[in-house]
Design a protein around this ligand. Structure first.
Ligand code: GDP
Length: 297
């Protein structure tokens, strides 16, 4: 198991005798431990470095209050800074879905949990916001993926667009748009094709669909266990297609959640939801303080 940051720091400060104010040396010693803790939590190196620098500026010279140990005080400063970086703009978990029918484009690599997340979010919109949702799969190369969305739709009681063999993704998107308008849907969600790697064809396809439906939200689904890779994927998708928010999946796993910090620090995109399992209810809005707690251990 990981040693928690609080444990590490209490060890460090036991060896330090100075009291009164946090000296530069105290802070430096403590921050070495913070950096290791961040790296162990899978935060990327440049992000960990910048983060530590920001904390150092805040901590140096701060008066040590009587009620807490210097170690606890540094942990508090680190915790507050984590929350500051993790918190994005807007209500966590809110989606722009005014002006019905509102298109939501779901993008991400194959296996990231995109189809599952599409169905989870559709269910949530239906149950919590009483929205009529239509889902459509654009993954024409993988009939099994289209079938999977239809099955999940039945399971959660959300309509899916009928599958018409031989259609191009753009045609499906157009048909979804038309049906969403004519059928009086509030939201339509497009589950775009995923591939194992980002390639030109994938991006061109997603961009063409984006231009047809003009999504209110483009949600990137990334596997939260993939750390730095998740951040690279996000930068690329955002640069080429434009992303309005991120869903981190597999946050039920053993990972310490460092990808969330790197994601926010590098892309600046709000993390809107986290996936917490395979079941259709296993999704919740992103809570910065929960992730901060996990990173600190
Ligand atoms: P896609 O290829 O991106 O559409 O990925 P899928 O939606 O088919 O998901 C791939 C696998 O990951 C499936 O077995 C899902 O049940 C699983 N999965 C998706 N989201 C989560 C999550 O948040 N936690 C866990 N543990 N598994 C997930």
């Amino acid at each position: 198991m990981f040693e928690s940051l609080s444990d590490r720091l209490s060890g460090v400060f036991e060896r330090l005798t100075k009291q009164g104010a946090l000296s530069e040396d105290d802070v430096k010693t403590a921050l070495r431990e913070v950096r290791v803790a961040l790296l162990e939590a899978d935060v990327s190196l440049p992000v960990a470095r910048n983060f530590v620098k920001a904390v150092q500026d805040k901590a140096t010279g701060q008066a040590v209050t009587k009620s807490v140990t210097p170690g606890q005080q540094v942990v508090k400063i680190v915790h507050d800074e984590l929350i500051a970086v993790l918190t994005g703009e807007g209500e966590p978990g809110s989606l722009k879905i005014d002006n019905a029918p509102a298109p939501i484009l779901m993008v991400g690599l194959q296996g990231s949990g995109k189809t599952t997340t599409t169905a989870k979010l559709a269910k949530r919109l239906k149950e919590r916001q009483n929205k009529r949702v239509l889902m459509a799969s654009l993954d024409v190369n993988r009939p099994a993926a289209m079938e999977q969305l239809a099955i999940l739709g039945q399971q959660v009681g959300v309509d899916t667009l009928a599958i018409v063999p031989g259609e191009r993704p753009e045609q499906i998107a157009q048909r979804a748009k038309t049906q969403a308008s004519l059928g009086g849907y509030d939201v339509y969600m497009l589950d775009t094709a995923g591939r194992l790697h980002i390639d030109e064809a994938l991006i061109a396809e997603a961009a063409a669909v984006r231009d047809i439906v003009k999504p209110r939200e483009t949600l990137l689904v990334v596997d939260g266990l993939t750390g730095q890779d998740a951040v690279n994927v996000a930068e690329e998708f955002d640069g080429k297609i434009g992303v309005s928010g991120v869903v981190l999946t597999r946050m039920d796993g053993d990972g310490r959640g460092g990808a969330a910090l790197s994601m926010r620090a590098v892309t600046g995109k709000p993390i809107k939801f986290v996936g917490l399992g395979e079941k259709m209810d296993a999704i919740e809005e992103f809570h910065p303080e929960r992730i901060a707690g996990r990173i600190l251990g």
